[in-house]
Write a protein that binds this ligand. Structure first.
Ligand SMILES: Nc1nc2c(c(=O)[nH]1)N[C@H]1C(S)=C(S)[C@@H](COP(=O)(O)OP(=O)(O)OC[C@H]3O[C@@H](n4cnc5c(=O)[nH]c(N)nc54)[C@H](O)[C@@H]3O)O[C@H]1N2
Ligand SMILES: Nc1nc2c(c(=O)[nH]1)N[C@H]1C(S)=C(S)[C@@H](COP(=O)(O)OP(=O)(O)OC[C@H]3O[C@@H](n4cnc5c(=O)[nH]c(N)nc54)[C@H](O)[C@@H]3O)O[C@H]1N2
Ligand SMILES: [Mo]
Length: 818
């Protein structure tokens, strides 16, 4: 996570005071069951939610749009799913002997306990572990896409509590852009992946060729980290009818490529071979003298070292188009044609992130920037490259007006000596995707971005707002490592696989059961939206905020007040709103008083900013690289990095390099296929897997696998068949979609299906892709995840019928309120 994904607030000083821990279940917010239509929001946008007699009956998007968003209709399922965690639950073997638990995580039964008992149990064991093993033994990195909102931020609220408790082990980086966000600062001095792009209006006006290099915006723009402003999809719709040349480079005919139809050219390279393909284009540019030498001289450093490699001066292998063809599978003539098209037109290369979620993922984005530099269009109107056109509407111009702040992971003002028990934050952090290795080899040393670091010895884990059993690679290895800590607590709304593998499970409200605020657009800040509670908390669920506030009271009398700074839900929201209002006033944008805004239950649209509409990324650098240098050591684009050379990493050389991954087409054994784990259209990762929407994509009641007709035929698999996909790491059941929309030799299983392992056979009955993926770092530079690196085999499934249990609550939780 980086700063643009987080809010930060500096609040007033704190006074500790006595406050009783609230033991009662929170009362419904209404005396009578609510009925009506209420405006609220989720990651998938502002929504009107219809409620009748206390039940959510429908929901739909609140902003006008031309492309529908399937996720916006899911509120009834989200609130009323049978997969909801209804009560605090404890694993039987853990409850029997909390200090020395028996039974096994993941197969033991759960028993219901009261909130007070659950919190007391956690508190006692937490204090014991902390005392015996220190703050670093408590992992609260807790990565994940918890619901939208500036107050009810699960991970932040957990860390706020852990800070008061004396610190914790946190994480570095994320699963999204793990590789790119570490290499990009070496190359262009900024993370790039979470930054405002040259705007959509500028692209529509000036760009002649749009290259969609491994991007699927029709799918990924359905959501945003805050809440989608929905302008990105409108842009792609306009792009489609603009008559501009659109070239999509993707091993799969994605939703976006389907959407463009004959208005786009689809090129399908082998997975993970993009660096080779780009080198082939680069080589063509040089041999035909189409590269921009003046740009390279003025704005980059180290190009000559790279060119030696490109031309094969040292390794005797010129990276020609023909050389590239043998690796990426795109005909040399097409590669040469691309070089010509790119260099003769105003070209914007939009790069996605799936290709960097691989072993050596760093090289992809580095090479893409290098290619763009050779074309010499970086910083021009509509030319260059961009890594966030497909994410959070990165090309929507920033508006003028109010911007919300958010609750922070540390209590404000607690660094003063009088309150030092409340002042610490993360005491150690490790790259997030290395968590299993940390559990397997506590204390062991590893390299990260030029530093030698050591893993903490984790004894306790508290996860809030993430689904790590779905998001992490090599599930079976994870399950084994997960047995090691002494206590695992999870705060969840649903019985995910992670919840089923915890010791204590706390039922948390969905965003429809509490009040919050959000902005739309991570970059645009286009609207400020009230996230008004629509129904009372379901069953015994509570807000993360209240849970951690109560846990803080157990830390020390008066701790609740320290945690909350004496403010309850609506006090915080009013404060965040008032600060936004003040900021808006400074920009001469009027916002109503909070009370009026809340009562109106309407979103506020911020004012367009003419200057921002024309924003061009790197324009200032291009205008004067001496006055406006980049944040790299040389101030220029680094095509060869002396810093990285100094690290001496064979897995991340000092200039963009083609490196063959451990598992890919080039070393596949007979019958093996490469696995693509693209992001799902009708989910946000694992979120909504239980929803009715699943009926639209499930095949034979399983997660679909897309297979090329030739690959299916060779294995006697027909459309709709049950398929077993497997490798040495595990096996899963999926439903066959036979389609020419994928490159032969590759199959796609979308990430995010909830692991559902059959105890007898070990087969994941719900097609969890990560059961098959490789848990290795992208490289020692970034330690990103490699979720898109794996070889698998497939066959028609002929074993015994296996009933899907992914969405069933565990035994011991009755559906009745009791
Ligand atoms: N193979 C492979 N693996 C991947 C990827 C890939 O492309 N391929 N993609 C990776 C990427 S980019 C990412 S970002 C990760 C995503 O991984 P996650 O972000 O962990 O996935 P989500 O399914 O969004 O999990 C969010 C969880 O938070 C819970 N939740 C929602 N609201 C609240 C709340 O208010 N409080 C609490 N306590 N919980 C709440 C939800 O029920 C859900 O279980 O997956 C990664 N894994
Ligand atoms: N609906 C929906 N939207 C989402 C998400 C979601 O789960 N659902 N997740 C959100 C999150 S957290 C993130 S990080 C972003 C993810 O955004 P991305 O990482 O960009 O999304 P992916 O689907 O992993 O990959 C994008 C495209 O790259 C292609 N691709 C994969 N490997 C390669 C390769 O080696 N070469 C080439 N050329 N192409 C390749 C895939 O086929 C896919 O079409 O999306 C966000 N938006
Ligand atoms: Mo992500």
């Amino acid at each position: 996570m980086n700063l643009t994904r987080r809010g930060f607030i500096k609040g007033a000083g704190v006074t500790a005071g006595a406050m009783a821990i609230s033991s009662a279940i929170p009362l419904p917010a209404w005396a009578e069951a609510p009925t009506g239509t209420i405006l609220t929001a989720g990651r998938w946008g502002a929504m009107q939610v219809e409620v009748k007699d206390g039940k959510v009956i429908s929901s739909k998007g609140a902003l006008a749009k031309t492309i529908p968003n399937s996720l916006q209709a899911t509120a009834p399922d989200q609130v009323h799913s049978n997969a909801r965690v209804k009560y605090p639950m404890v694993r039987k073997g853990f409850l029997a002997a909390p200090g020395k638990p028996d039974g096994k995580r993941g197969s033991d039964e759960f028993v219901k306990i009261s909130w007070d008992d659950a919190m007391k149990l956690i508190h006692e064991q937490h204090m014991r572990i902390r005392k015996e093993h220190g703050a670093a033994s408590v992992f609260a990195g807790s990565y994940g896409w918890r619901s939208s909102g500036v107050l009810h931020k699960a991970q932040t609220l957990l860390q706020r509590y852990m800070s008061l408790a004396g610190g914790y082990s946190g994480h570095l980086g994320d699963y999204s852009t793990g590789a790119a966000q570490v290499i990009m600062p070496h190359v262009v001095g900024s993370v790039e992946v979470y930054e405002q792009q040259t705007t959509y209006p500028v692209i529509l006006e000036h760009t002649q060729v749009v290259v969609l290099w491994g991007v699927n915006p029709l799918n990924t723009l359905k959501i945003a980290w805050s809440s989608t402003d929905e302008q990105g999809l409108e842009f792609f719709n306009q792009l489609k009818s603009s008559g501009k040349t659109v070239i999509a480079i993707d091993p799969m005919r994605s939703e976006t490529i389907e959407f463009f139809g004959d208005k786009a050219q689809w090129l399908a390279p082998n997975m993970g071979t993009d660096v080779a393909m780009m080198l082939g284009i680069a080589h063509t540019l040089v041999t035909k003298s189409m590269h921009d030498k003046a740009f390279l001289d003025k704005y980059t450093t180290g190009y000559n070292r790279f060119e030696d490699y490109l031309l094969g001066k040292n390794d005797k292998t010129p990276k020609t188009a023909a050389w590239a063809e043998a690796i990426c599978g795109i005909p040399a003539q097409q590669i040469e044609l691309l070089a010509e098209i790119f260099s003769k037109n105003r070209t914007m290369i939009m790069g996605g992130w799936g290709m960097q979620r691989q072993q050596y993922g760093e090289q992809k984005h580095w090479m893409l920037v290098t290619l763009a530099a050779m074309l010499g269009q970086i910083g021009t109107e509509g030319g260059g490259f961009g890594f966030s056109y497909h994410y959070s509407n990165g090309g929507n111009p920033t508006r003028s007006g109010g911007v919300l702040s958010a609750i922070s992971a540390t209590v404000a003002g607690t660094s003063s000596a009088g309150n030092d028990w409340a002042s610490s934050s993360a005491v150690s952090s490790f790259p997030l995707a290395r968590i299993v290795e940390a559990l397997e080899k506590p204390g062991s040393k590893y390299q990260h971005n030029g530093h030698e670091m050591a893993f903490p010895d984790i004894k306790m884990i508290w996860w809030a707002g993430g689904a790590n059993f779905t998001h992490h690679q090599d599930t079976n290895r994870l399950i084994k490592a997960w047995q090691k800590p002494e206590m695992i607590v999870i705060s969840e709304c649903y019985w995910t696989a992670a919840a089923k593998h915890a010791d204590i499970v706390l039922p948390i409200t969905t965003s429809f059961e509490r009040n919050d605020l959000t902005m739309t657009g991570d970059y645009s800040n286009q609207h400020l939206v009230p996230m008004k509670q629509v129904v009372p908390p379901q069953f015994e669920s509570r807000n993360d905020f209240d849970v951690f506030a109560d846990m803080s009271e157990l830390l020390k009398a008066g701790g609740r007040k320290v945690y909350t700074e004496g403010k309850e839900e609506m006090d915080w929201l009013r404060e965040f709103y008032d600060a936004a209002q003040k900021g808006a006033r400074a920009q001469r944008v009027a916002m109503p008083l909070f009370s009026q805004f809340w009562q109106d239950n309407k979103l506020i649209e911020m004012r367009k900013n003419d200057k921002n509409e024309k924003f061009i990324r790197f324009a200032e650098f291009r205008a004067d690289p001496v006055i406006n240098p980049l944040g790299t050591p040389s101030g220029k684009i680094e095509i060869f990095s002396k810093t990285i050379e100094g690290f001496k990493y064979a897995d991340c050389p000092a200039h963009p390099t083609w490196l063959a991954p451990d598992e890919w087409k080039g070393n596949a054994k007979e019958g093996q296929l490469q696995l693509l784990t693209a992001h799902p259209a009708h989910r946000l990762h694992s979120q909504l897997n239980y929803a009715k929407l699943r009926e639209q994509y499930a095949v034979a009641n399983r997660e679909p696998i897309t297979i090329h007709p030739e690959d299916a035929k060779a294995r006697g698999i027909a459309n709709g068949d049950l398929v077993r996909a497997f490798n040495s790491r595990g096996q899963i059941l999926v439903g066959a979609v036979v389609s020419d929309g994928i490159k032969q030799g590759i199959v796609c299983i979308h990430e995010g299906a909830w692991p559902d392992l059959d105890p007898a056979t070990g087969i994941c009955k719900n097609g969890g892709a990560n059961v098959l993926t490789l848990d290795i770092p992208s490289s020692r530079l970034a330690n990103g995840c490699s979720g898109n690196t794996a070889l698998i085999s497939i066959e028609k499934y002929t074993g015994p019928a296996l009933t899907l249990t992914a969405f069933d609550p565990p035994k011991g939780e009755s559906a009745k309120v009791g």
